[in-house]
Design a protein around this ligand. Structure first.
Ligand code: FES
Length: 131
């Protein structure tokens, strides 16, 4: 999946708050955050992978995410501190809390914005470890 490209391959530090503790990975400015997490063995929920269904929603504790590639992402979502990492690219170092689909649906409902149903949140697994 392609997105708006940036001029460089700047690497950003992305911290995920996961059940087993915080995990830090490096993500390129031209890479979707979900893809980078998978590359590092972090199994996070997703479904459409087009920035529509909210399954991959995270809470942004700090930092900036480019959601240009998302099919449906609103300024209200950004202001409320949500991101869709399937189609989100880092524009700064980030601190993220995965597993925010229900929160983001509630936020969308409260703002009379589309909040797709039909998917369930699932628990976030700790990252795989190599033996
Ligand atoms: S997986 Fe559907 S919005 Fe990210």
């Amino acid at each position: 999946m392609q997105s708006t490209s940036v001029d460089n391959d700047t690497l950003y530090q992305v911290v995920f708050d996961l059940p087993g503790g915080a995990i830090t990975i490096m993500v390129s400015a031209n890479e979707f955050i979900l893809d980078a997490a998978r590359r590092e063995g972090i199994d996070l929920p997703s479904l459409c992978e087009r920035g529509w269904c909210l399954t991959c929603a995270v809470k942004v504790i700090s930092g900036s995410v480019d959601q240009t590639a998302s099919l449906r992402f609103y300024e209200e979502d950004r202001q409320a501190g949500f991101a869709l990492i399937c189609t989100g690219q880092p524009r700064s170092n980030l601190h993220l809390r995965p597993g925010a689909v229900e929160e983001m649906r509630a936020h969308r409902d409260a703002h009379h914005l589309p909040a797709p149903r039909g998917t369930r949140s699932r628990s976030i697994k700790p990252p795989r470890t190599s033996a």
